[in-house]
Design a binder for this molecule. Structure first.
Ligand SMILES: Nc1ncnc2c1ncn2[C@@H]1O[C@H](COP(=O)(O)OP(=O)(O)OP(=O)(O)O)[C@@H](O)[C@H]1O
Ligand SMILES: [Mg+2]
Length: 238
């Protein structure tokens, strides 16, 4: 088990060609799962993309106290960040094993073999289907391939963008349970965007609410789950 990564985001702003989306974001991860909630268009995906070095940003981002260089996705991977983007982006004509091996592109071959074994231990469903073409798997199985592939680069900070999107409730439970196990047993810090608010908060340790590009609430997951504001806005409580 590695020491959990500590991410600190201080005064981050980001957007697209002059159009500001995120303003003055402050977040900090703790060991375990941190969830980011918020309505469509709030800027959740933009935040993960800015942290992963895929788009420009202003402000300070520290990983274990040392600055992460902005807009350098390869440097981010080398520092232990992995992002599972919305939409999975698997190679549909390649097998599960081949997809996973591609995830370990920066990893020496011997280490890659070890990580593949770990991935199949974490995702037993994928072990049974190791030689199946990724494009022929169910939505939930494909999402598992996407997460397992991200784990192949040995991340210390795993970022997931709506992993439960489009999955049946049982598959959501199975996937989130695996993510929770990875966080607890392997010491991987998880930063996860979710619209499945109740389920996400029930596995998370901490949560932030992002609305119109700003953080409007930050608290322990249990406190957010119990808060009237969250219940009214996100859990459909009267
Ligand atoms: N490539 C882009 N170019 C220009 N604007 C963009 C781009 N991607 C996103 N946006 C805009 O940035 C804002 C935030 O989008 P973002 O995808 O981060 O929201 P989100 O919180 O992830 O929403 P959702 O829950 O629907 O996934 C939106 O107004 C969106 O239209
Ligand atoms: Mg999004």
């Amino acid at each position: 088990m590695s020491t959990p990564a500590h991410l600190q985001v201080k005064g981050l702003s980001a957007g697209y060609s002059g159009f500001a989306v995120l303003r003055d974001i402050h977040i900090e991860t703790q060991p375990g799962i941190t969830v980011i909630l918020g309505p469509n268009g709030a800027g959740k995906t933009t935040l993960l993309r800015a942290l992963a070095g895929l788009i420009a940003r202003q402000g300070e981002v520290l990983l274990d106290g040392a600055p992460l260089s902005p807009q350098d996705a390869t440097a981010c991977v080398r520092r232990g960040l992995a992002l599972v983007a919305e939409g999975r982006q698997l190679f549909p004509q390649m097998s599960v094993t081949e997809n996973l091996e591609l995830g370990g592109w920066l990893t020496p071959a011997s280490e890659r073999k070890h990580r593949l074994a770990q991935a199949f231990e974490d995702f037993p469903r994928l072990k049974e289907r190791a030689s199946q073409l990724a494009g022929t798997m169910s939505g939930g199985e494909q999402q598992m391939v996407a997460v397992a592939r991200a784990m192949m680069c040995g991340p210390r900070l795993l970022m997931l963008d709506e992993p439960s999107l489009g999955l049946a409730p049982r598959m959501v439970d199975e996937l989130l349970a695996i993510v929770q196990r990875i966080a607890r047993q392997q010491g991987v810090t998880v930063l996860m965007v979710e619209q499945n608010v109740r389920k996400a908060l029930s596995v998370a340790d901490r949560g932030y609410v992002l609305e119109r590009g700003r953080i409007v609430a930050a608290d322990g997951a249990a406190q957010l789950l119990a808060s009237d504001t969250i219940r009214r806005a996100y859990l459909g409580a009267a």
